[in-house]
Structures are given as C-alpha cells and as structure tokens.
Design a protein around this ligand. Structure first.
Ligand code: HEM
Length: 456
C-alpha cells in the first residue's frame, strides 16, 4: 500500500467522526431547542390558564412532556412500519376497539352528585369508548399489560372547564371524558415521582426508577403497584372493572370513579386466544349480535377522611371501600355493532381524551391530574401534527369516511322492522266480504320478511 493509501482509512475515520460529531451536535441542538419550546409553551399555558403551580411542579410537568415526546419517538421506531406509519399515543398506544355506547344517568342518582353531566336524573348521552392496552409499544393482546377504558360523553351541557382543549367541529360538540384503567391504584404517588420515572422509561429502562444498585434506590410499594399494573392478562375488555385511580371534585364532593360490568354479564366466546388481536376479535364476536353493559359508579370521600387513609395526592393508595363504598350513578349500554372497519380505526386513533374535558362543577384533583391537563394536550397535539390529522371532537356516533351513510343506525347491528309493516297475505287468505286480497307482497310471507331483514 502506498503512503497515501495507508492514510486513507484514517482520513475516512476522521471524516466519519466529523460527520457523526456534527450529527450528534445537531441532534443535541435540536433537542435543546425542543426543550426550550416545551418549557415556553408550558409557561404560557400556566399563565393563560391561571393555574396555581409551584416552580418545582412546573419543572416536573416540563420534564414529563419532554419524556412523553421522547417515548413517542422511541415507540414509533418500534411500532412503525409494522403496525402502521402513524405516531401513536405515548401511553395506551394500542386500541383494542372504539365502540358506540349510551351513558344513562340513573333516575335515582343521589342529590349530592347531581352536577356536571350528572345534573339531570335519567338523562342519556351518546358516547364513544376507547378500550386500549397500556404500553407505549404495540404488543400481542395476550401479554400482561394495563387495560384502559376511556369514555367520551357527547353533547354535555354546562360551562366548559378547560376551553383550551377545543377541537370542536360544531358548537354542540361539548364533551366530557372519563379515563380509567383496570387497576385501582397508580405506580407513582405524584407528578414528581412520575416525571423521574418517565425519564427512565424514555430510555426503555422500565425498572430503573423502582430499583437500582447505584445510586441506591428501592421504591417497594410503587414496584408492587407497577407489577400489578403490567401483569394483568384478561379475557375480554368488556368483563373488567376500571378505575379513575385519581380523585375529582363533583359539586361539593370529592370522588373517585369506576365502571364495573353489569351483574350477570357473561361474554364468553370461542375466539382463538393466541391471536395478537384476540381482544378485538373477542369484542367483535360478542357485539356481532349481543350487547354489553357497565355500571358507572362514584366513590365519595367522607368529609372527615384523613389525608393518610384517603389522600388527595398519593395515587398509590386505594381508598377503603368499606369506609367509602362505590355508589352506582349511571349505566353504560354498548349495543350490538361492527367496529373494526378501517375508517373507524383511524377515527379511534385520532380521538383525544383528556381528564379535563368536562363541564360544570367537575374538577380533576391533585398534582398528577394538574399535569395531565397539559401533558395529554401536548401529546395529542404532537401526534396529530406528526400525522397531519385534524384535531376534532366527535358530536355523534358517525364515523367520517365510513362506507355506510351517516344515519343513527351507522355501525349498529340492530335489525328493526320498517314501519308500517307491508300488507302481506298468504295464498289462502280471503277477506270476509269476498273481495280480492290486495297483498303488497308476492310469494311466501316468511321469505319476504327474511329478504327484507337481510337488507338492513
Ligand atoms: C393515574 C391515573 C391515570 C389513568 C387512569 C390513565 C389512563 C390513561 C388511558 C386510559 C389513556 C388512553 C386514552 C385514550 O384512549 O385516548 C391514557 C393516555 C395517556 N396518559 Fe394516562 N392515565 C393516568 C395517569 C397519567 C399521568 C399522570 C400522565 C402524565 C402526567 C399520563 C399520560 C398519558 C398520556 C400522555 C396519554 C396519551 C394521550 C393522548 O395522546 O391522547 N397518564 N391514560
């Protein structure tokens, strides 16, 4: 090799190092620009929304949003293109189905709860429910994971509590969201723990915050809660009980909420449980001709409850149900329906849930909930922006771009006869006066009805 040639690998190495160095410097540069943007927009929101937040809490929120964005990027590399090119939620990334539902306030709802969407006993709302798996990665449904149930009530009435969430397509589209998972307690006490934990998660380090040799760290109770959360394997999302985990203020009462399958509900089906999407298939099978139902319940915190027994800002503590029993206040009916079409799945991905979307005397409580007002909004805007998708609030049960026309029956598997029924007589019928029977149908009556029903 000539002298010039011996230097070549060295020069290439230098060049590569320079390029890599520049790329790293550029990446670091754009990262710090992102950080500055996030911090600026958090400060603007805190000021605009007149939120009472300490500087430490503000820093934790900024950090949580930075981590959420990083998680979204890291997860995108894992999820895409195998599960689609689009950016997903950084939590609860995989939907197992978005279903049409009705949310009917009980006629006998106690007076202390008659506020916000519960103001009118017997009132019924159309709703959308997004069932999900909790992980940031899209995983087979059989893998242990938290399971989410996010309910969006359509056409709520009253003063909007977080107008910045917007996204309305029509002035009628004022909605209220109830966001729950199938464990009663969270794996972080408050926003400070959460923000630190997320920094680990953004590096796909799932254990680092809970247990670590150096620096030494052991968060035993939280580790147990995290284990409970991620180890849940289920048969169908329709048979789980879901919890808000965090408290809310309704009128003068502080409550947690939960939805539980109606008594005697049985959704056993024979779907192959090894399929990656068996939970979706299971629900599709159940709802092909059957329906499902949940009781929606509130757990009022007694006025004399201690901060230790029923804390307002420690989400790892389960409020004792003997001291504060859950009270059923509404019913969620899920009618027979088909929900697996492509347009509906896209609609489902583009929905935005936020614990602060609500009306009237309703207020999420505690530092985690305060952070969620900004974090959910920021994450939703980020993924909609990345996907060039419009941020829209649904006003009804119609799915934009679906094959079926937008009628109240869209997507439902409900076969109701048209009215008036056709006048059909079989060949033996003779009116008493001997006149001719003017049947509106030809052929066999049973066949005609079957044919007509198949048309729905
Ligand atoms: C402790 C109570 C919590 C519950 C019950 C809960 C439950 C859920 C559920 C069910 C979803 C999916 C929503 C959907 O289907 O669109 C979700 C999404 C999300 N959660 Fe939570 N979560 C909790 C706490 C938190 C906290 C404390 C944060 C951060 C401060 C957080 C950050 C997020 C984010 C960023 C999303 C994605 C939002 C979007 O892109 O639209 N969660 N959560």
């Amino acid at each position: 090799m000539s002298r010039a040639n011996t230097k070549l690998p060295f020069r290439i190495a230098l060049l590569l190092a320079a390029i890599l160095g520049t790329t790293q410097a550029q990446a670091a540069d754009s990262h710090s620009r992102d950080q500055a943007d996030i911090a600026r927009s958090v400060d603007a929101s805190i000021e605009q929304l007149a939120m009472e937040i300490s500087p430490a809490e503000r820093n934790a929120i900024v950090s949580a949003i930075e981590s959420a964005r990083e998680i979204s990027r890291v997860a995108h590399q894992h999820n895409s293109p195998k599960y689609g090119e689009h950016y997903r939620r950084d939590a609860h990334a995989k939907a197992t189905g978005c279903l049409r539902a009705e949310f009917e306030v009980n006629g006998d709802i106690p007076e202390q709860f008659q506020h916000s969407v519960f103001a009118t006993p017997g009132h019924s709302y159309q709703a959308w429910i997004r069932f999900s798996n909790g992980d940031m990665l899209v995983q087979p449904d059989g893998k242990g994971d938290a399971r989410g149930m996010a309910v969006k009530l359509l056409g709520a009435e009253g003063a909007v509590i977080a107008p910045e969430l917007g996204g309305d397509v029509s002035p009628d589209a004022v909605n209220q969201d109830f966001i729950m998972t199938n464990t009663p307690a969270f794996f972080n006490r408050n926003i400070f723990d959460y923000a630190e934990n997320m920094q680990h998660l953004a590096k796909l380090d799932r254990k680092g915050w809970f247990i670590n040799l150096w620096p030494p760290r052991l968060h035993l109770k939280e580790m147990f809660r995290a284990y409970q959360t991620v180890s849940s394997t289920i048969e169908t999302p329709l048979a789980e009980q879901y919890f808000s985990m965090l408290p809310y203020r309704l009128g003068d009462t502080t409550v947690k909420f939960s939805s539980r399958p109606c008594p005697a509900a049985d959704y056993t089906t024979s779907v192959d449980k090894t399929a990656d999407d068996f939970l979706t298939r299971q629900m599709a099978d159940t709802l092909q001709a059957g329906s499902a139902c949940f009781e929606f319940m509130l757990q009022p915190r007694p006025a004399d409850a201690s901060e230790k027994e029923m804390p307002l800002d420690d989400a790892t503590v389960i409020w004792d149900e003997d001291a504060a029993p859950f009270v059923p206040v509404a019913r969620i009916h899920i009618p027979p329906q088909t929900f697996t079409g492509e347009a509906q799945q896209e609609f489902c991905e583009n929905l935005s849930m936020n614990p602060w979307r609500g009306v009237g005397q309703w207020e999420p409580v505690g530092s985690l909930n305060r952070a969620r007002r900004l974090v959910y909004h920021a994450v939703s805007e980020f993924r909609h922006h990345q996907n060039s998708a419009p941020v829209r609030e649904p006003a009804n049960w119609c799915v934009p771009g679906a094959d079926e026309p937008c009628t109240p029956q869209q997507g439902l598997n409900i076969h109701k006869p048209t009215w008036p029924l056709p006048r059909c007589f079989d060949g033996f019928f003779r009116p008493l006066d001997g006149s001719a029977a003017s049947s509106q149908c030809t052929g066999d009556y049973g066949e005609i009805l079957a044919e007509r029903d198949a048309g729905y």
